[in-house]
Ligand binder design. Structure first.
Ligand code: NAD
Length: 261
């Protein structure tokens, strides 16, 4: 079939975005708004239920379809309840964006000193959360003839230099595994690896006057910092018919910080 621009549209699709309600200017919120603008009904899911409902309200106020649900992605029963809420509201699930993560509230202690509790909680949310949410939605995707899973990793995993990066590199392993195991069900799985993003959380972690920004300005091929909106086009490619043949990939959206052949 000749390529049509509307292959980027998501009309009639149902998307679940985790970690989309926690902070004012967040990547998850930008993803949820972008998916809704492309025509999808969106389940905005977050530990912060009130924040999730607020983002869903924002989508509905601009003419979209959305619900907000509270979920702890590290809790299997909660992820199953999230999937049920999505199916009850919109009939099933076609797209899952595993965006929820600990990034600011994570231990930056060394591997020698980090507590095992902090280590386990980081993996429970950043890795196991993506596994549990994927398992909760795959039956619905399969029943609907296919689906899209997008895992939010990070440039900070290339290479990993601490707990956060280690969890995000492990998420890349989950990405290639899901891609291989569910490809024949027409379920694709890819990852987005952003560079430094000026979400509220990103700015809390790396303030404007941080020496890391100076380093990034030298390291990046183009500009060092991106906005949440600069990630949305890549997400829509991976979630839409236009990206049907892409799976198992990690796409770096970072101004050329991490250059990979
Ligand atoms: N901001 C950056 O510079 C940057 C760069 C690379 C990758 N990322 C990744 O992008 C994603 C979003 O980042 P952000 O900057 O918008 O940060 P953010 O802190 O605003 O978003 C993370 C969200 O996850 C939610 N969350 C945390 N634990 C949860 C749990 N157990 N269950 C459900 N929800 C939970 C939080 O409430 C929050 O809303 C994260 O995966 C982060 O690691 C961010």
């Amino acid at each position: 079939m000749t390529f049509q621009l509307d292959q980027f549209r998501l009309d009639g699709k149902v998307a679940v975005v985790t970690g989309a309600g926690g902070r004012g200017n967040s990547i998850g919120r930008a993803y949820a708004l972008g998916l809704a603008a492309a025509g999808a009904a969106v389940v905005v899911a977050d530990l912060n239920e009130a924040g999730a409902i607020a983002v869903a309200d924002e989508i509905r106020a601009s003419g979209g379809r959305a619900i907000g649900v509270g979920v702890d992605v590290a809790d299997e029963r909660a992820t199953l309840a999230m999937a049920s809420a999505a199916t009850q509201a919109f009939g099933g699930i076609d797209i899952l964006v595993n965006n929820a993560a600990l990034m600011v509230d994570i231990s930056y202690d060394s591997c020698e000193t980090v507590s095992l509790d902090a280590w386990n909680r980081a993996f429970a949310v950043n890795l196991n959360g993506a596994l549990l949410c994927s398992r909760a939605v795959i039956p619905s995707m399969r029943a609907r003839g296919g689906g899209r899973i997008v895992n939010q990793t990070s440039g900070g995993a290339f290479p990993a230099t601490g707990l956060y990066g280690i969890t995000k590199l492990a998420l890349v392993g989950l990405t290639t595994s899901l891609a291989k195991q569910f490809g024949k069900d027409a379920i694709t799985c890819n990852a987005i690896a952003p560079g430094n993003v000026t979400s509220d959380a990103g700015k809390a972690l790396v303030p404007d006057d941080s020496p890391f920004i100076k380093f990034l300005e030298m390291a990046c091929a183009t500009h060092a910092r991106g906005t949440p909106d600069e990630l949305v086009g890549t997400l829509l490619l991976l979630c839409s018919p236009a990206g049907e043949w892409i799976t198992g990939q990690t796409i770096h959206v970072d101004g050329g910080w991490v250059l990979r052949p």
